[in-house]
Design a protein around this ligand. Structure first.
Ligand code: URA
Length: 303
């Protein structure tokens, strides 16, 4: 039971409260003062789904590809949905009022309008259709080269990434950098991102709905980077991006093909560096996968 008010002198009460927070997945303080959710426009994610009716939207025909992207839309968004206006920082932060399908549709329309990675970042900064954004401190878009030949897709930002606003900068990221260095690649040779752009609370695996809402942005990102090869890290990323079921141990090391905007990209699922930190024996398998990727990069035409 959590006491409603705790006296600063009430150490057992404090300990109970901290233990409860920890249980709920709180593992760090991000700001000096807390967030007053009730003062925000719209409602707390989750509640909002139940509170607001979403008008059905007409689906757009699939985009022909490749084609130049239209300018970012300027029309007024539905309440609580993506706001493409350049109002920027002054606009209050709003949270999902649409179910995942509608949010994904809104994401698709927004993502299509981004002609460059910078524009896509700006679109993501303003997009409030993913509930993860409500609890994360930063957007973690990508690190590395905008037009890299190798694109690496992980699961979700963790605590370090959320603080830094970049994917794979914690311990797993450091191991990833070492793995890449072993095949002669540095940060300037790769484009590193995740299947969701905000940290899930308590580092839980992102839900299929969260993945679904972020997917249009990821697809647009892949289209803009136009990599020769994609490497996914860990089971959740392999499932989310490549539709792989049945476990990463069985799936890893075998080439797949991902079609994005009419372009087919070879994709290799491999083990997640966080798993390799816990299970170093798996590095042998990851090494094989890296060599296969290196061979593919050497064999394919450069940009
Ligand atoms: N693990 C991931 O999957 N992504 C990150 O960015 C960091 C750790």
């Amino acid at each position: 039971m959590v006491p409603a008010m705790i006296d600063a002198e009430d150490w057992p009460g404090m300990a109970t409260l901290l233990a409860w927070w920890r249980e709920m997945g709180v593992d760090g303080a991000l700001d000096e003062s807390g967030t007053d959710w009730l003062a925000r426009e719209g409602a707390v994610p989750g509640q909002a789904f139940a509170l607001q009716k979403v008008e059905p939207q007409k689906a757009e025909p699939p985009a022909a590809s490749p084609r130049p992207a239209p300018a970012v839309q300027r029309s007024a968004p539905a309440p609580g949905r993506f706001d493409a206006s350049p109002a920027g920082d002054a606009a209050p932060r709003r949270f999902p009022t649409a179910p995942p399908d509608a949010a994904a549709l809104s994401a698709r329309q927004a993502a299509r309008g981004a002609a460059t990675l910078d524009a896509l970042r700006a679109v993501l900064e303003r997009f409030d259709g993913c509930a993860l954004k409500a609890t994360a401190k930063s957007l973690c878009f990508y690190r590395g080269r905008p037009d890299a030949r190798l694109m690496i897709v992980g699961e979700a930002p963790g605590r370090e990434e959320d603080l830094a606003g970049k994917p794979f900068v914690g311990r797993a990221g450091q191991l990833l950098d070492k793995m890449l260095a072993a095949i002669g690649l540095g940060e300037d040779d790769v484009h590193i991102t995740n299947v969701v752009y905000w940290r899930p609370p308590g580092n839980r695996t992102p839900t299929p709905q969260e993945v679904q809402v972020c997917r249009p942005f990821l697809e647009r990102q892949i289209e803009l980077v136009a990599p020769d090869v994609i490497m996914t890290l860990g089971g959740p990323a392999a499932t989310a991006l490549l539709g792989i079921e049945g476990g990463i141990m069985r799936a890893r090391g075998r080439w797949r093909e991902l079609e994005v905007a009419g372009r087919k990209v070879p994709a290799m699922p491999t083990l997640h560096p966080a798993y390799l930190l816990r299970t170093p024996i798996g590095k042998r398998l990851a090494w094989r996968d890296l060599l296969a990727i290196q061979e593919r990069l050497l064999g394919s035409r450069g940009k």
